[in-house]
Design a protein around this ligand. Structure first.
Ligand SMILES: Cc1cc2nc3c(=O)[nH]c(=O)nc-3n(C[C@H](O)[C@H](O)[C@H](O)COP(=O)(O)OP(=O)(O)OC[C@H]3O[C@@H](n4cnc5c(N)ncnc54)[C@H](O)[C@@H]3O)c2cc1C
Length: 335
């Protein structure tokens, strides 16, 4: 069986790897542009915000979270999978009022400021309260892509696919992120996000911090090598401009939260585009009207989290396993 995958981002590579393991002759076409994976922070938040929007998406995200430890074990330590957990934090009384509704819904026990600072001594004394989520982890998406590329060595072709008719294969999996709309006509739209990377000595922070600071949402993701990712804006725009306002807002919130971040090098400012859909849930399954084409796209804010489950579901569909009932909720033709 010959299968072509269009798109060598996190989703296309994860699907390709699983297919290879199942003995499929797979080729991945990638245009070499840096996809959303290059910018993504790599937070793995199975009960994150999007999970409240739809029951089926919540189940998909939870199932994805459960698959992550085994997925990471198979790929090895190079991917930077880290299970220290996440502190969700609120700075002002107003921030706390909003955050508390979410924490109550998740039955998360509030930590006192002293308990928070025991976990993270570098936190600002202005932080009012927070909760600890043991099952919200992180991975480094750039390292993950590098390791997956290694697994698929010799099967990745540098080529931009302009039309699916030029792809000669029995089955074509479209995993082209924001490029999926142009290839299939499906409603995948780019949602801009600006992200900063700071660099310093390792050890300033241990947990992922997910905070509301004077009404602004910011996350801070510390890597073991001293990199600290600060994100992200969310803008309904297609340009790739890093703006003064975007950088200012992110830095202000991050430094208010952890004052010592002001001393770090501002190593990188980047823009990526999340592949959004009308209901913010992914498109997984056969394309209406063309049985040769399977879509794995539209993962919006959670493509890193959803990679292991997407890979399993789509590989199963390609090789003819009994379709998982979950897939019915994410049919590409549902709009
Ligand atoms: C600012 C930001 C922060 C994020 N943070 C997180 C996070 O913390 N956790 C999380 O789970 N998710 C996060 N995401 C979302 C995540 O990055 C995406 O959902 C995920 O990368 C989607 O994977 P993908 O492979 O479908 O698309 P992409 O990662 O965009 O990859 C698509 C690939 O296909 C290639 N391609 C496109 N069109 C063609 C074509 N016609 N021919 C050949 N190749 C083509 C592209 O060059 C690219 O390499 C974030 C995204 C952004 C932008």
């Amino acid at each position: 069986m010959s299968v072509a995958i269009v798109g060598g981002g996190i989703i296309g590579l994860a699907v390709g790897w699983r297919l290879l393991e199942r003995g499929v002759d797979v080729t991945v076409f990638d245009d070499g542009r840096l996809g959303a994976w290059h910018v993504a922070a790599g937070m793995l938040a199975p009960s994150g915000e999007s999970a409240h929007e739809q029951e089926a998406l919540a189940r998909l995200m939870a199932a994805a979270g459960e698959r992550w430890p085994a997925f990471a074990r198979e790929l090895g330590v190079e991917i930077g999978f880290d299970v220290t957990g996440t502190l969700s934090l609120a700075m002002t009384a107003d921030d706390l009022a909003a955050a508390d509704r979410v924490w109550t819904r998740h039955r998360l026990a509030r930590l006192r400021p002293s308990e928070l600072r025991e976990r993270e001594p570098a936190l600002s004394p202005r932080v009012r309260a927070g909760v600890y989520s043991a099952n919200e982890w992180q991975v480094d998406p750039r390292r993950l892509v590098a390791v997956l590329r290694d697994r698929l060595a010799g099967r990745i072709v540098a080529k931009r696919v302009e039309s699916l008719s030029e792809v000669d294969a029995g089955t074509v999996v479209v995993a082209a992120g924001c490029g999926t709309a142009g290839l299939t006509g499906l409603p995948v739209r780019p949602v801009k996000g600006q992200v900063l990377r700071l660099r310093g000595e390792p050890g300033l922070l241990r947990h992922v911090l997910d905070a509301t600071v004077d009404g602004r949402h910011v996350y801070v993701v510390p890597r073991a090598d001293g990199e600290v990712v600060v994100g992200a804006t969310q803008e309904e725009r297609t340009d790739s401009l890093v703006t003064a306002g975007g950088v200012h807002d992110l830095l202000r919130a991050a430094i208010d939260l952890v004052p010592a971040l002001a001393e770090l090098e501002l190593a990188e400012t980047t823009v990526g585009h999340r592949p959004g859909t009308p209901d913010n849930a992914p498109l997984l399954g056969r394309l209406d009207g063309d049985d040769r084409v399977i879509v794995a796209a539209g993962h919006f804010r959670n493509g890193v989290l959803l990679a292991p489950i997407t890979a399993d579901l789509i590989a199963g569909l390609v090789v003819g396993d009994e379709p998982d009932p979950l897939l019915a909720h994410f049919a590409p033709g549902r709009f």
